[in-house]
Design a protein around this ligand. Structure first.
Ligand SMILES: [Zn+2]
Ligand SMILES: [Zn+2]
Length: 319
């Protein structure tokens, strides 16, 4: 997206974007963990509690809000006493592309024992290295080949205020001395400010002041999040001016790789959060001049990957 931006930046661009709207719903450490675990077949309260490490009350309230936002539903699996498990609705299942793109990023850039390192495609039996392709032209999607158009009438779009904007406390998380490999998608999506700073960077914003005006972040929190993102190798800090020396922030390859996750969130929001199909932002693919829509395909057989056709178990070892 960066190449389409000149000096004029719409101050509402980032916060109005579909990605920011998705961040407002799933951009929470516990919510994201729960969604990821339910996708891996963990559906009951106690196992979710054990895996997430959340406090009981926190897990209860996050599950409740995920049910309220229509991502999970409660399914009785036992009577007298009735016990419920949590299952993904169609809206929740549609987050599969976000989860799968997060997995792709994690396997490339992070170390995490709580997700499988290898996934298999049941249909063809191969281990998969999914490709994220443009639906129109079948080419691999790269951030540099994308552009966007802002809807002409954005006046009636409800602006989503990030929840953390209303919080008084914003702990420092600058990640001094953090091992880059232990920085996860969860550390971005689990903190709304970090997520919005990354979104601003994906929209081509490089300078401190531009990011401040785009997402309404206080300067001390922004300084902290920029420091974190530089420390973990998502952003690169470069001087753009001498006397006084000033720096701007560029996405590294690791940072640009986050685009597919943002794109999956954009597409999910388009389908489930945007009313009367008035998209605030339209994404375009410059290689085919078409509307940018992604599909995730198996690199072995070329089929579109459906969540229920993916397994961490090697199918050739079964029976
Ligand atoms: Zn295309
Ligand atoms: Zn396959």
């Amino acid at each position: 997206l960066a190449n389409t931006l000149t000096s004029t930046i719409d101050p509402n661009l980032v916060l109005n974007s579909q990605t920011a709207q998705a961040i407002a719903v799933i951009g929470d450490r516990w919510a994201f963990l729960i969604i990821r675990d339910v996708f891996q077949g963990i559906n009951q309260f106690e196992p979710l509690l054990k895996r997430s490490g959340a406090a009981r009350g926190t897990l209860t309230s996050r599950l409740k809000s995920l049910v309220q936002s229509g991502i999970l539903y409660k399914n009785p699996y036992q009577t007298s006493p009735t016990r419920y498990e949590y299952r993904l609705t169609e809206k929740g299942l549609n987050l599969g592309a976000v989860v799968l793109n997060s997995w792709i990023w994690e396997t490339r850039w992070a170390k995490d024992d709580s997700i499988p390192r290898v996934l298999f495609h049941k249909t063809c039996g191969h281990s998969i290295h999914p490709n994220v392709l443009c639906k129109q032209c079948d080419k691999v999607i790269h951030l540099s080949d994308t552009s966007y158009a802002i809807a002409s009438d954005t006046a009636n779009i409800e602006r989503t205020t990030p929840r953390s904007q209303r919080r008084s406390k914003n702990p420092d998380i600058s990640g001094e001395g953090v091992n880059q490999e232990y920085f996860h998608v969860l550390d971005i999506l689990g903190d709304r400010w970090t997520a919005l700073v990354v979104a601003a960077a994906l929209f081509g914003m490089k300078r401190y002041d531009d990011i401040v005006s785009a997402i309404g972040i206080s300067t001390n929190i922004l300084a902290d999040r920029l420091k974190l993102l530089v420390n973990v190798g998502v952003l690169i800090r470069r001087p753009y001016q001498e006397r006084p020396v000033r720096f701007d922030y560029h996405l590294s390859e690791k940072g640009r790789d986050l685009f597919n996750i943002a794109l999956a969130m954009h597409e999910w929001a388009n389908r489930w959060l945007i009313k009367d199909s008035s998209e605030p932002l339209q994404l375009k693919h410059s290689l085919c001049s078409g509307r940018l829509e992604s599909k995730i395909v198996c690199d072995q057989c070329g089929d579109v990957l459906e969540w229920n056709q993916i397994t961490p178990k090697d199918p050739s070892l079964s029976h």
